[in-house]
Design a binder for this molecule. Structure first.
Ligand code: ARG
Length: 492
């Protein structure tokens, strides 16, 4: 019976969230103040997926890893013309438009084509550059392929959410299409022969081939009549004033041929200097930053998770009275719900979903999501720990005249803690590893940094090996320290 009620509560919880998501967001504000908003902020935040040279890519500039490329130059021009500062935010291509709609970024410049489907959800400026499609293959196999039609029984890779992904699916027969979130990963997959070709825009194909002697490119011969291969800048739907202002910059770019004359040559220079040093030692700072953020997220999340866990476990053990019963159900439903949904989904929900109400930075969102998640688990550890203290202890304390609160505080909790501690330690170690999930919302933790190093150096395995070792050092050290305290506790 009790289980059933908790189940119903958890279901209600789920339905409530689902219902919120299904109801369409309220119509755009009648007055469009997007331009003045940006000017008031003094900055224009651009979202981009830096895996697409020469459009956007990571490069080491004066010893620092930076996002550069012609799209960044376009963004800079728009920002400058508006009299504000440009801030570039990196994220995966398939989450760019969501970030735009939820206000995480003010505009998206990422070699993005204004397709009819996208136009339904966001507004685009005029076009600033025309690309065209190509397919990148391994040089050793170049003779096998002529164009998109030579891949029968083979696999072509394309970035998820990109136009190439859809067009390759539509315009090939007997060819498998494999989607991956980043183009640099697709290239690695190509080189390790997991796939046979990568569809992308011609300028990008040229850049990858110029940077990597093992690659070659072939014409795609895609029919592009129905899909625009020109790139434009995207803004949130309804921000007409901002789009109009940006259009003035874009028109100038077109008229003065700035992309071909200035932006592309500048990007080319970065590409050349980019692969000078691909030693992992060279990137120790990036890895160190990753370790720092991983530890910050873990420590904060266990701390807040513990507080939440205490509250939840007390609520779950509350008895008597309507209020207490309600509290107990609510806490049970919460724990069930959190444990029944993937942490990855929770992270995205807090970042994008909660972001509609309050605009939280990625790091804060990550810590909130992981604390909320961890709280549910810790609550169960605490409840288990408390339940393991013999009932007689409570009875003895109560008969000595201690209130139930003091009994808990002075008699039960100190003993329970001894049982809770090892599980808490495990939770800490688990979170060191699982906090890596927040890389999907762009928090600069270890996985995120390794992705940067990967796209910076075009090396696939080395950065993964490095972070594997780093994660192990962190978890191993943590478990030694925790064991030490555990042993000390056993003494008393
Ligand atoms: N032009 C293609 C599209 O609009 C792909 C763009 C990919 N851009 C990137 N930065 N990875 O879907």
């Amino acid at each position: 019976m009790k289980k059933k009620l908790a189940f119903i509560f958890a279901l209600a919880f789920a339905l409530f969230i689902g219902w919120g998501a299904l109801t369409p967001t309220t119509a755009q504000a009648a007055t469009d103040d997007s331009l003045s908003q940006v000017q008031k902020k003094g900055k224009l935040v651009m979202g981009t997926s830096p895996d697409y040279p020469p459009y956007e890519f990571q490069a080491t500039v004066h010893g620092k890893s930076k996002i550069v490329g012609m799209d960044v130059a376009v963004g800079q021009k728009i920002a400058k013309d508006l009299g504000v500062k440009l801030v570039v935010k990196s994220m995966s291509f398939d989450s760019l438009l969501v970030a735009l709609q939820t206000g995480k970024v003010d505009m998206v410049i990422s070699g993005m084509n204004p397709t009819p489907a996208r136009k339904k959800n966001v507004d685009f400026t005029h076009l600033y550059y025309q690309g065209g499609y190509s397919i990148v293959v391994n040089k050793s196999e170049k003779g096998l392929y002529k164009d998109k039609d030579s891949f029968k029984g083979k696999t072509i890779g394309a970035q998820t959410g990109s136009t190439m992904f859809n067009e390759t699916k539509k315009q090939t027969t007997g060819t498998k299409v494999k989607g991956m979130t980043s183009v640099s990963d697709l290239i690695l997959a190509l080189q390790s022969h997991k796939i046979d070709g990568v569809a992308m825009e011609k300028p990008s194909a040229q850049a990858y081939v110029a940077n990597n002697k093992q690659l070659a490119m072939i014409p795609s011969h895609f029919d592009l009549s129905s899909s625009d291969t020109s790139a434009a800048v995207a803004f949130k739907k309804g921000s007409t004033s901002l789009v109009n202002a940006a259009n003035k910059s874009v028109d100038q770019i077109r008229k003065q041929n700035l992309v071909n004359k200035k932006y592309l040559p500048a990007a080319g220079k970065h590409l050349k200097t980019n692969t000078v040093n691909t030693s992992m030692w060279h990137y120790w700072k990036a890895f160190l930053t990753g370790v720092k953020y991983t530890l910050i997220i873990t420590v904060c999340s266990v701390f807040f998770g513990f507080i939440l866990g205490v509250i939840l476990s007390l609520a779950r053990m509350a008895h008597g009275g309507v209020l207490k019963t309600g509290l107990r159900w609510l806490a049970t439903a919460y724990v069930e719900f959190i444990r029944g949904t993937p942490m990855m989904v929770q992270v995205m929900f807090v970042y994008f979903g909660l972001g509609l109400i309050v605009n939280l930075p990625a790091l804060t969102s990550g810590i909130i999501a992981i604390s909320l998640n961890s709280g549910a688990y810790i609550a169960e550890y605490i409840r288990g720990g408390i339940n393991s203290v013999d009932e007689g202890q409570t009875e003895a304390a109560r008969s000595l005249g201690l209130t139930s609160a003091s009994t808990l505080r002075y008699v039960v909790l100190p003993q329970a803690l001894k049982n809770i501690w090892p599980s808490l330690g495990n939770e800490f170690i688990t979170l060191i590893k699982d906090s890596s999930i927040v890389s999907i919302i762009g928090v600069s933790e270890l996985i995120f940094q390794s992705n940067i190093v990967r796209s910076d150096t075009y090396r696939g395995v080395a950065p993964i090996a490095v972070i594997m070792v780093l994660y192990f050092i962190m978890t191993f050290t943590a478990s030694r320290i925790l064991n030490y305290f555990e042993r000390r506790m056993q003494h008393d």
